[in-house]
Ligand binder design. Structure first.
Ligand code: 23J
Ligand code: MN
Length: 279
């Protein structure tokens, strides 16, 4: 979709830049969206009563799932309008973990305080779906990331690391998604050193995963327990979970947009996660 209008506009932009004049970058983005040079990928899982939720063992409290309560539907409760109330835990479905979710980040931002500029950034996508298919407890390591960087360059400054595992294909079914047996859940994640390195050394602001939480299913028995939550949130970084459609993203070059609700004092929120990709 490279019509002469686009080319003319790009030529004009380039010549203005060459002349040292101001270039309206967002006009170029708008044109790229309108012409299909840039497309939007929805990384969000649908929210419904069937949306899987994390299951913590006794004696911990569990989260409610998602529920709609109908207020009126073009009826005597409201003749010309349809609307619902929603009940949902902050950590249900595709959702955002704010630093204050974890005790290590208790004095850091709640979800309403997260700087909005940190909700938009370049995405690096690491694909270990083959490994996770044969080993549901697969853990990403710093060596894996170093190998990815050798092919694709450094992780993006102010950006996001998105971990593709193929787990999105299980998101329609709580049992398949949590993959628990008598020893607990078995889902892929990050090893302890990788979580520490992502929090303390990597230039990213957050990680995104396809699984129910940012930590591996077996991370309850890691040292420390739940190292992604512990290290990343404690380092004023973020988590996004239950992503869909990561297979549609390139390894580098996508722009992630995450939009949690601005819940005052909230520890996180269901969110819409979108990616812009150049096609
Ligand atoms: C509460 C307790 C433990 C965990 C979680 C929530 C999450 O994964 C979450 O959604 O943040 S591990
Ligand atoms: Mn969460």
């Amino acid at each position: 979709m490279n019509d002469p209008g686009d080319v003319a506009m790009q030529y004009q932009a380039a010549s203005e830049q060459a002349a040292g004049l101001e270039v309206n970058v967002l006009a170029l983005v708008a044109d790229a969206l309108a012409s299909g040079l840039v497309t939007v990928v929805d990384l969000t899982q649908p929210l419904s009563e069937r949306t899987p939720t994390i299951q913590l063992p006794e004696p911990f409290v569990n989260t409610p799932g998602f529920k709609l309560r109908e207020l009126s539907r073009y009826d005597d409760r409201g003749p010309a309008w349809y609307w619902n109330a929603v009940e949902v835990g902050e950590h249900v479905g595709t959702h955002f973990d704010a630093p204050s979710h974890w005790v290590t980040g208790r004095d850091l931002d709640d979800v309403s305080q997260v700087p909005p500029a940190r909700l938009i950034g370049p995405a690096a996508v690491i694909d270990k779906s083959e490994e996770a298919a044969s080993d549901p407890d697969y853990l990403l390591s710093v060596d894996d990331i170093r190998a990815w960087e050798a092919d694709h360059g450094p992780l993006p400054d102010g950006g996001w690391l998105l971990f593709r595992t193929g787990w999105d294909a299980r998101a329609h079914d709580q049992q398949e998604f949590l993959n628990a047996d008598e020893t607990g859940p078995h889902t892929p994640g990050f090893d302890v050193e990788c979580a520490r390195w992502l929090a303390e050394t990597a230039p990213i602001v957050g990680i995104g995963v396809e699984t129910v939480g940012t930590d591996a299913g077996a991370a309850h028995s890691f040292d420390p327990p739940f190292p992604c939550h512990s290290f990343l949130l404690g380092a004023d970084k973020y988590g996004v979970t239950q992503l869909a459609n990561l297979a549609k993203l390139p390894a580098t070059g996508a722009m992630l947009i995450v939009a949690p609700l601005k819940i005052e004092g909230g520890s996180g929120s269901p969110c819409r996660a979108l990616a812009l990709i150049a096609t």
